[in-house]
Design a protein around this ligand. Structure first.
Ligand SMILES: *Cc1c(COP(=O)(O)O)cnc(C)c1O
Length: 355
């Protein structure tokens, strides 16, 4: 039986998607050829790429609004640099809410001046700073919507008055937002969309072309837009699996439907963390808790072996916290069924009864 997969990334994908992906590796579209051995310029693959880009925009409600979707390589980590390369002229404003924001800031500093508008670093990023000022003369404001490692999530995005750039790697397509508030959204596929190897970038075209530096082709969003994400050979398999996941989501009823399930999963687990005297949540303010990654600790270390043994017996995978936080992290991405969370809650209760 398949395990209950709480892995933070690469992470769980819908079983039906894995099945179709496996079939396409052997024989794609009845071509008697594998998806991964045909030309990316072939009609069959060009259709995959177009479909994937259109589905991404459709889910976000950004079709016909001046946005382009790209499937690039280099992970979300390369976007840390590309964003600055393409948008940073005078200075940029960054909100520092975790390891990934911190890394984004480090890359942007290679390109120009960075103003850190607020940070929760001194508290090991266990809350989301609020009431900060965003300089109106900055070229853009950058934030991370969901902090995968620490388990915090931005609930209210600021009205910036300048372009807002967001790393949505670990919560894209998980909840409804007014996505038109953002001028650039990027997300590594391997958290909530597909396998590792491609990054979705959604850009409002009007923000491009405003910096004076020469941009190398592979780092230039305009080049990738002009070539429909095919400037060089795209990551054909990750793009295909991402497309399948986006189709799966559409068949479920889209973001609004998956959000209901995501809310149920988060409520079920956080209620247990708060109720069960053996456990405590890591995040300082409950309103900052992530619905994707729930971080928590076992108060009594003596029960560690018992708890982890029970997890193993229940078929639970990937619950260890990130090394910078410790404890446990339950990643509850779109494809994780509610039943898996129930199995985890049952284990937490079993350990409580035995303690
Ligand atoms: C995982 C993650 C990244 C890094 O993604 P890569 O694709 O490995 O570069 C960046 N930001 C967030 C929020 C993440 O969760």
């Amino acid at each position: 039986m398949k395990k209950h997969n709480f892995s933070a990334g690469p992470c769980i994908l819908p079983q039906s998607v894995l099945q179709k992906a496996a079939e396409a590796v052997l024989d794609f579209n009845n071509l008697n050829l594998s998806l991964i051995e045909i030309s990316h310029r072939s009609k069959d693959f060009v259709e995959v790429m177009e479909n994937a880009r259109n589905l991404a925009l459709e889910h976000l409600g950004l079709q016909d609004k001046g946005y382009k979707a790209l499937f690039l390589q280099g992970g979300a980590s390369l976007e840390f640099l590309m964003v600055a390369y393409n948008l940073l002229e005078k200075k940029a404003a960054y909100l520092n809410t975790g390891t990934w924001s911190d890394k984004a800031i480090k890359e942007a500093k290679l390109i120009g001046e960075v103003v850190e508008v607020a940070t929760s670093k001194s508290d090991n990023f266990n809350f989301i700073p609020k009431n900060y000022q965003i300089p109106k003369d900055a070229d853009y404001f950058h934030c991370t919507s969901n902090n995968t490692i620490f388990g915090t999530q931005i609930q209210d995005f600021p009205d910036t008055g300048i372009p807002m750039v967001c790393d949505m790697s670990s919560d894209i397509f998980s909840r409804q937002l007014d996505f038109s508030k953002f001028s650039l959204i990027y997300a590594g596929a391997q958290k909530n969309m597909g396998p590792a190897g491609t990054t979705l970038v959604v850009i409002k075209e009007e923000i491009l072309g405003k910096v004076s530096r020469a941009i190398p082709s592979m780092l230039n969003y305009k080049v990738h837009i002009a070539k429909d994400s095919m400037f060089n050979t795209p990551a054909v398999f990750p793009v295909y699996v991402s497309m399948l996941t986006l189709e799966w989501l559409k068949n479920l009823g889209g973001i609004s439907e998956i959000e209901k399930v995501n809310n149920q999963k988060a409520e079920l687990l956080y209620n247990e963390i708060d109720r069960n005297p053996l456990f405590e949540g890591f995040v300082a303010n409950k309103e900052d808790r992530s619905k994707m990654n729930a971080t928590f600790n076992l108060k009594n270390e003596d029960l560690k072996a018992t708890f982890e043994n029970q997890l193993k017996q229940a078929g639970i995978n990937g619950l260890n916290g990130h090394r910078s936080v410790g404890g446990y992290r339950a990643s509850m991405y779109n494809a994780l069924p509610l039943e898996s969370v129930q199995v985890l809650v049952d284990v937490m209760q079993t350990v409580e009864k035995g303690a």
